[in-house]
Design a protein around this ligand. Structure first.
Ligand code: ARG
Length: 406
């Protein structure tokens, strides 16, 4: 075996094949130039011993993928921070947050909603190797109707406040998609219904019309971008699915018909069922207004029931946490809630790896520890299929063949 400059050989105790659920014992994983070039129970014939990473007492899992984050936001710290922080300051916060995220074993994120293309800047800096962070698939400003969940409605009208992604009507919405594409987003996010953390919006209330949603999806797909729709209420979820979105974020109010629809269209559900606990215990102390706390109290339980129903029905599920509502780096806490509300540990891990890779259309290179795949590998001390919470304390993180934590 030729010794390449950036080669590693990992001696692994157990390697989880997330596709089959099998755990392969005592494997050697060879990593060359960021990719996995072989996995075998035989030690490579010859290699640079200094490049050996001994994880023979660990359980290896593909790097986790979180499909719903807000890395340039810290709702958890001070609800009104965004009013007082410049975009530059908050982007620097993002630098800190993505490192925390990566070190927690989240090697890929989708960031859904950031003004000023702060997420694009972060992604580009990560890709250029300037700062540590996960692989980032980013949306730039979220599209939304005037006064909707993706607008800013807190200040009175004399401030003329308006979020950057606000667009009413199919053509205005197409223009926003085109602008986001122009400034290099990977995914388009829009708000289909009201939400918890916005002023004056109702969770169950649909916002964009079907015509607008179709225009957004058509424009995005034309330009090779996937679409994520924020939707709590049933009608908004249904319209978004029928309009052809790739994922529904939150998906709180699901009935039988909507679940059927999601199955028929193959839509992925990204349900943030952990953050409820954080908001209800810490929200008040962090200054979250009563209106928003109240909405959280109403939706949390229902969303978890919907999650259980969707899992039972076999809908496509990914892991989406809404990190930023709670502290960055706690993303994996959601996995145990996913098992509590109906998934097996393997299903939860599949949601956070192979399914997320499919949603991103990266399933040929991300989401598995497999030959030809990017070397995004994490390790934990206990068997994650028996003890899912072990993923809250990862002891090893490799992304792109680079070790970030050991
Ligand atoms: N960003 C979402 C919203 O404001 C968060 C919802 C959080 N709560 C929940 N139960 N998922 O609507």
């Amino acid at each position: 075996l030729p010794v390449l400059a950036n080669q590693h050989v990992i001696k692994a105790g157990y390697v989880l094949d997330v596709a089959s659920g099998k755990q392969l014992k005592d494997q050697y994983i060879v990593v060359d130039n960021g990719k996995i070039t072989s996995i075998s129970s035989n030690q490579p014939a010859s290699f640079d011993q200094t490049k050996l990473i001994d994880l023979s007492d660990k359980y290896l899992v593909p790097g986790l993928m979180d499909m719903h984050t807000h890395v340039v936001r810290n709702l958890s710290k001070n609800y009104f921070d965004s009013y007082f922080q410049s975009p530059h300051r908050s982007t620097i916060g993002g630098v800190v947050n993505i490192e925390k995220t990566l070190l927690a074993g989240i090697t890929t994120i989708r960031n859904v909603g950031a003004s000023d293309y702060r997420d694009v800047a972060l992604r580009n800096a990560v890709n250029a190797g300037e700062i540590p962070g996960p692989r980032m698939f980013v949306s730039g400003p979220s599209l939304g109707i005037t006064g909707g969940h993706c607008d800013s409605n807190a200040l009175n009208h004399t401030f003329n406040e308006k979020s950057q992604g606000v667009a009413d009507g199919p053509w205005a919405a197409r223009l926003k998609v085109r602008q986001n594409v122009k400034y290099q987003v990977d995914v388009i996010k829009f708000c289909a219904t009201g939400g918890v953390f916005s002023k004056g919006t109702k969770l169950g209330q649909r916002q964009y019309t079907f015509e607008e949603m179709k225009a957004i999806v058509d424009e995005a797909h034309t330009h090779g971008r996937t679409v994520a729709a924020h939707a709590h209420g049933t009608e908004g979820i249904q319209f978004a699915i029928k309009a052809g979105v790739d994922s529904i974020e939150h998906a709180s109010f699901l009935d039988k018909e909507t679940i059927k629809l999601a199955k028929k269209y193959g839509t992925y559900l990204s349900m943030d069922i952990y953050n409820t606990e954080y908001t209800l215990s810490k929200g008040e102390e962090n200054g979250v207004p009563e209106e928003n706390l109240n909405k959280e109290r109403k939706v949390g339980g229902i969303q978890r029931e919907s999650f259980s129903k969707a899992v039972k029905a076999g809908v496509n599920m990914v892991m989406g946490t809404d990190a930023g509502i709670y502290p960055h780096g706690d993303n994996a806490k959601q996995l145990s809630r996913m098992t509590k509300f109906g998934m097996t540990p393997l299903q939860a891990l599949q949601a956070a790896t192979i399914n997320s890779a499919k949603l991103l259309k990266q399933e040929k290179t991300l989401g598995q520890i497999k030959e030809g795949f990017f070397a995004d590998i994490i390790a934990v001390d206990a068997n994650p299929l028996e003890q899912i919470t072990t993923l809250e304390n990862v002891s090893f993180v490799m992304k792109d063949g680079v070790v970030y934590k050991q």
